[in-house]
Design a protein around this ligand. Structure first.
Ligand SMILES: Cc1cc2nc3c(=O)[nH]c(=O)nc-3n(C[C@H](O)[C@H](O)[C@H](O)COP(=O)(O)OP(=O)(O)OC[C@H]3O[C@@H](n4cnc5c(N)ncnc54)[C@H](O)[C@@H]3O)c2cc1C
Length: 382
């Protein structure tokens, strides 16, 4: 691990566990500030392109990834989502134009997580850094959080012990680093499963809008993945039979099912060990905040490390994490409610409320990710 002097005049070596979008962003944001972090990942490479996973890239993420040059590449590759609507039967409850948000970027666009990861890897390579694949952090406990000792196990079975000044755990929801810190991951899991399928079409389809169809109970959301592929995500196990395909299906490119958890770790750091992304917080995909919030963690942490202020990380990030968890929880409950009276009240009041400009602007700002503190190191208005 090469070292760099931080804002306090200290030389720091940095190890990042996990080369998902969050670990890669941390590596890149550190690299562009002159650090040479080492980044290791237990997997064989970035996730397959057809596994769209974290699809929504919001405006705040594009702001954060602008200085590194990744934002421009994402904008060039991503599918614009110009409109978004929620409907109950034929009744449109909410309709939003995602371009009606102030700043350089529209509120949200779509790019498959595998493509985002590859763009980050490409730009990171220009800084001379490549993730070390098939290299897992194995740690049962971290005895000294101020000078963490970490064992790495490579795919060929060889082991290596490293002693970084800073360890960043960006190793996902089942984080080994978080467990080795002995930190809990309190929260709750929703009873319902969510089901997902991506369909590629052979004929032209309108892929410029997102839509949630509420069936009371249950929903099917539709989001573009690319110019010819649409994702459907639902609480209904038989949702595929309810999809009205507007063109001939060429193939189902990916399908998955998952249970939703709302959990976060507090604090997000101990000594010189820091947790970011899914290692620190998980929540429902409603609002498409998961990867975006993790990328935000990574950018703040890199900036604070360069400033020699990394001990402020947890205190600065926890309020943002709590706010996003609360908001995605509310949104998820709103679209999965089963009580007929509550459903009737939602269907009556949500459209009324969203007729007002301030309510629409608040909703759009949160889709854009502008409801968390602005990055102080970026000097242009978002
Ligand atoms: C079906 C689905 C749909 C989603 N949709 C969205 C969406 O639309 N928008 C959104 O923002 N988010 C979405 N998410 C969430 C999003 O995928 C995650 O929030 C995001 O991947 C988190 O990134 P991360 O880098 O923190 O973790 P991960 O992407 O999980 O990356 C962690 C990395 O750590 C590696 N690793 C694990 N253990 C070790 C170890 N011991 N040593 C070294 N490396 C290790 C793993 O191999 C992995 O590469 C979705 C998730 C799913 C499953």
């Amino acid at each position: 691990m090469a070292e760099r002097i931080d804002g306090e005049g200290r030389s720091r070596s940095i190890l990042i566990a996990g080369a998902g979008p969050v670990g890669l962003t941390a590596a890149l944001e550190l690299a562009r500030r002159g650090f040479a972090p080492r980044i290791v990942d237990a997997g064989a490479g970035p996730i397959p392109l057809e596994e769209s996973r974290a699809l929504g890239v919001n405006a705040r993420t594009l702001t954060l990834l602008s200085p590194s040059g990744v934002a421009g590449r994402i904008v060039a590759a991503a599918q614009p989502i110009e409109r978004f609507r929620a409907r109950s039967g034929e009744r449109i409850l909410v309709q939003l134009d995602t371009r009606n948000v102030k700043g350089r970027f529209s509120a949200i666009r779509a790019l498959s997580q595998g493509a985002t990861e590859r763009l980050l890897i490409e730009v990171l390579a220009a800084h001379g850094i490549a993730p070390e694949w098939r290299t897992a952090v194995v740690a049962e406990t971290i005895a000294d959080v101020h000078k963490p000792e970490v064992v790495l196990r490579r795919g060929d079975g060889t082991m290596e012990t490293v002693l970084p000044d800073i360890l960043i755990g960006a190793d996902g929801a089942h984080s080994v680093v978080r467990k080795a810190l002995g930190a809990g991951f309190p929260g709750e899991a929703l009873e319902a499963f969510f089901y997902l399928a991506d369909f590629r079409y052979s004929g032209p389809v309108d892929t410029h809008y997102g839509e949630v169809s509420i069936f009371d109970p249950g929903l099917i959301a539709r989001l573009p993945v690319s110019a010819d592929t649409i994702r459907y995500i639902s609480t209904l196990e038989d949702f595929e039979s309810r999809i009205v395909h507007l063109a001939a299906v060429a193939e189902k490119t990916w399908a998955s099912q998952f249970r939703i958890h709302f959990r976060h770790v507090e604090p997000m750091a101990r000594g010189n060990v820091f947790l970011a992304g899914d290692a620190a917080h998980i929540h429902s995909p409603a609002g498409a905040r998961g990867m975006n919030l993790g990328i935000e963690d990574a950018c703040w942490l890199a900036w604070l490390i360069a400033e020699g202020r990394e001990q402020e990380y947890s205190g600065l990030r926890i309020p943002a994490v709590k706010q996003v968890l609360k908001q995605t929880y509310g949104l998820t409950r709103l679209v999965t409610m089963r009580n007929p009276l509550a459903i009737a009240a939602r269907n009556l009041f949500a459209p009324l409320l969203l007729r007002f400009g301030p309510a629409r602007r608040t909703l759009l700002r949160s889709v854009a990710g502008y409801d968390t503190p602005r990055p102080p190191w970026i000097d242009w208005a978002e």
